[in-house]
Design a protein around this ligand. Structure first.
Ligand code: C2E
Ligand code: CA
Ligand code: CA
Length: 647
């Protein structure tokens, strides 16, 4: 708005006045040209009439002279005076018409004309008299009168003509002045318009340049945010190692590349880390993890790469270790590096490592290979001695995975699953906005298991479809018991792909009595990468009135680019961002740009992993309105009742 004003032509009152003056000048010029033409017409018309009358006068004079000359006797005198009287009478008519149309026939002409006509009639009256001869001398007086009268007439006509010419000359001069003035004014206006246009053009150029700079910096800020996001999406914020997402991606690629040789995975879990962490504190624990990561990177060098899988779990990936001895040597190197004491501010901390090794086999996925190594690691942990174990396809598969799968099937029918609830709150007033249902498995003989312990197997075996349906039903019935709380339920892509999913969901909603707008389904950003598969079922879910949340946002592949394309109502920013938000300004900038992005897309933003009041305050200052995390409450059974989180 402001810009268009600044760029506009900007007509001011002085300029309006100038234009009015020019228009007035042009009008005056036109009028004077018209008047000039009129004067010229009048002048030439008058000239014509004067010429005609003068010719008649000359003829009359001649006639008078002839009459006088021939009037040598009474008879002739009578004849010529009658003829003369007729001519005089005609001329008198002419002159009368001249006089009435023009003002030249003023008193002077009238007077001399009257004198002439009187003398003429006196002359005519004497025609019969005996004194004709003596009266003849009066003839010359008639002639003199006629000459005098026509002379007067001429001088008046000339004077009149002069006035008319002067009029015209004055008009023409005024016209020339007007023309000059008009030209000058027009030149001035043109110069002024030119200057204004040039000035506005310059101003516009400056404005455009400034806008371009702004656009450029916005673009680079966004690019920076994107890079930052992509870095965070692929790296562990504490150690800088590749994270689980990046590891899985790399592993997928490596396993597709059959030419590259065998892929070997070393799943490393630190042995006494929990003890160190609990006794020396979390910041020492973090330092230890960083040091462990450095040692691992140094040990592996160019032979492979290292990632942090979460907590105290590291994964080393190598290629081309063709016999198990080579793999074992790598594992021993790792073990030696991590068994050396860690100097933690003057105190030696001793930790060890349990390593599970697995080799790629035909027809298994990256996920399965990792699980193989994980299974082997579990066996290594329990084993006495060197804590290094190879995955044994026959034995391990059967012992862990198969057992778990069987147990999971049983768990569904024997009510071993339960829900814990974690609040999602309004950062301003800590009002509980939504409760997220998180599934737990009370496994007989093992205890309470978290999703990470069984979810992957439930997914692989397809059991997730039934388990997921149970979770939705349990969450909806619990939600229906509260007044106005919304409930959020995590679902997997496997569930979305199930043809009955939306119908089941509709049935569950109507059976539980929970209004659809109080249900939120959470899908992880990672799982919706393949947008083609999930977009249609998600759209149908939304048609029911159920809201869709994009979970773990920022850990997927191309979060920013993907967001506008997905049918989602809520975005949950992954807790990875919370790790360093208080100390890292770039992370704050990224979160801020996500706040702007989601608000532009009219999508609600929830930030996960809020663990301190400092984080909460900072998030509020960045414009975040909703959060979730241990600061507000851990997942707990029966958390559904409270409406307000106290801290
Ligand atoms: P999620 O959906 O991102 O759930 C949040 C997880 O982060 C929960 O772990 C919760 O305990 C943890 N968490 C919450 N606040 C904080 C915090 O401030 N700091 C830290 N460090 N962690 C926090 P949980 O319960 O182990 O769940 C793990 C994941 O398992 C969930 O991640 C979700 O993706 C999946 N999951 C849970 N229940 C279900 C389910 O019923 N169906 C499906 N498909 N997936 C589920
Ligand atoms: Ca979730
Ligand atoms: Ca999440």
């Amino acid at each position: 708005m402001e810009n268009s004003n600044r760029l506009g032509v900007g007509i001011r009152s002085t300029q309006v006045a100038a234009a009015v003056v020019v228009i007035a000048l042009l009008a005056a010029l036109g009028f004077s040209a018209f008047r000039n033409a009129d004067a010229r017409d009048r002048e030439s018309a008058f000239l014509g009439r004067v010429e005609a009358t003068a010719a008649k006068l000359i003829a009359l004079q001649q006639e008078t002279i002839d009459a006088i000359d021939t009037a040598d006797d009474v008879h002739n005198g009578l004849a010529s005076s009658t003829k003369l009287a007729t001519s005089v009478h005609q001329l008198q008519n002419d002159l009368t018409s001249l006089r009435t149309n023009d003002d030249i026939a003023n008193g002077v002409i009238d007077k001399s004309f009257d004198a002439f006509t009187q003398r003429l009639s006196a002359f005519a009256n004497t025609q019969n008299s005996a004194t004709w001869k003596s009266a003849q001398s009066g003839r010359w007086l008639i002639l003199r009168d006629a000459q005098e009268w026509s002379g007067n007439y001429q001088s008046i006509a000339v004077a009149r003509l002069r006035t008319l010419s002067e009029d015209r000359a004055t008009n023409e001069r005024n016209q020339a002045i007007l023309l000059l003035l008009t030209l000058l004014m027009s030149v001035w206006i043109l110069a002024w318009v030119g200057a204004t246009v040039a000035r506005n053009y310059q101003r516009a150029k400056v404005l455009i340049a400034t806008e371009e700079v702004k656009v450029q910096s916005a673009r680079s800020a966004l690019a920076h945010a994107s890079d930052q996001l992509s870095y965070q999406a692929h790296h562990d914020s504490l150690t800088g190692l590749l994270n689980r997402t990046a590891l899985m991606e790399n592993l997928d690629d490596a396993m597709k590349d059959i030419e590259g040789g065998l892929v070997t995975i070393f799943f490393c879990d630190l042995d006494r880390f929990k003890v160190v962490n609990d006794s020396l504190g979390h910041s020492i624990g973090d330092e230890l993890l960083i040091e462990a990561a450095n040692r691992l990177v140094k040990t592996i060098g160019e032979d492979g790469y290292v990632g942090r899988f979460g907590g105290d779990e590291f994964v080393v990936v190598c290629r081309g270790l063709d016999d198990s001895n080579a793999a074992l040597r790598v594992a021993e190197r790792i073990s030696r590096a991590l068994t050396k004491p860690f100097d933690m501010h003057g105190e030696d901390a001793f930790i060890g490592v349990s390593i599970g090794i697995a080799n790629s086999r035909p027809d298994i996925t990256a996920q399965q290979l990792l699980r193989d190594a994980d299974v082997a690691m579990y066996r290594a942990k329990g084993a006495p001695g060197n804590h290094i174990e190879f995955f044994d396809a026959a034995g391990d598969m059967f012992s862990y995975r198969f057992n778990t799968e069987t147990a999971l099937r049983k768990a569904l029918t024997s009510n071993q699953f339960l829900l814990h609830w974690q609040p999602i709150v309004n950062l301003k007033n800590s009002q509980v906005h939504t409760l997220e249902a998180l599934v737990r498995w009370e496994r007989p003989g093992t205890g309470l298991l978290l999703p990470k312990d069984f979810m992957a197997i439930a997914e692989d075996s397809g059991l997730i479809v039934d388990l997921g349906r149970w979770v939705i039903a349990a969450a909806c019935s619990a939600g229906a018991l509260t007044d106005d709380r919304s409930v959020a339920v995590n679902i997997s892509v496997r569930q979305l792909r199930d043809v009955r999913f939306v119908d089941d969901l509709r049935d569950i909603l109507s059976e539980s009595g929970l209004p659809p707008e109080r249900l939120i389904l959470e899908v992880t950003e990672h799982s919706v990468i393949d947008t083609a598969i999930v977009t249609a079922p998600l759209a149908r879910v939304r048609e029911l009135g159920v809201r869709v949340a994009l979970d773990d946002f920022g850990t997927g592949y191309s979060s920013l680019a993907l967001l506008p394309k997905l049918p989602v109502d809520i975005v949950k920013l992954d807790r990875a961002f919370m790790k360093e938000i208080v100390s890292s300004e770039p992370t704050q900038a990224v979160v801020k740009s996500i706040v702007q992005l989601t608000s532009a897309l009219n999508v609600m933003l929830i930030v996960e992993g809020v663990e301190s009041d400092a984080q909460r305050k900072l998030l509020r200052s960045l414009g975040v309105q909703h959060g979730q995390g241990y600061w507000f409450g851990q997942p707990e059974p029966g958390r559904l009742v409270g409406s307000h989180v106290e801290n």
